[in-house]
Write a protein that binds this ligand. Structure first.
Ligand code: SF4
Length: 93
């Protein structure tokens, strides 16, 4: 069984430098509010606060691209978790 990964984006910390969207345009894009987002993300919070919460894109198989995005982030607001067969999560970055 292939490994699964979860990507978490803490948008509160994002400074909108666009590095993640540059190195991993398949998964990341810049929003109108100047910050980045994951395609197909799940927004937390509600109303106008929605974009300020952490974005989670669970069970991503495209691991390397998202690690590149996380490593490019100057404020470390992209986190990558490995999920094992038991559903246990291990933070990689
Ligand atoms: S690299 Fe980090 S700070 Fe820059 S836009 Fe992406 S998430 Fe935001």
């Amino acid at each position: 069984m292939s490994k699964k990964y979860k990507i978490v984006h803490d948008r509160d910390i994002c400074i909108g430098c666009s590095a993640c969207a540059s190195v991993c345009p398949k998964h990341w894009f810049m929003e109108d509010d100047g910050k980045s987002s994951l395609y197909n993300h799940i927004k937390s919070g509600n109303g106008e606060e929605e974009l300020l919460g952490s974005n989670q894109n669970p069970l991503v198989e495209d691991f390397e691209d998202n690690m590149d995005a996380a490593e490019s982030c100057p404020v470390n607001c992209i986190h990558v978790y490995e999920i094992n067969d038991k559903g246990e999560e291990k933070e990689l970055i």
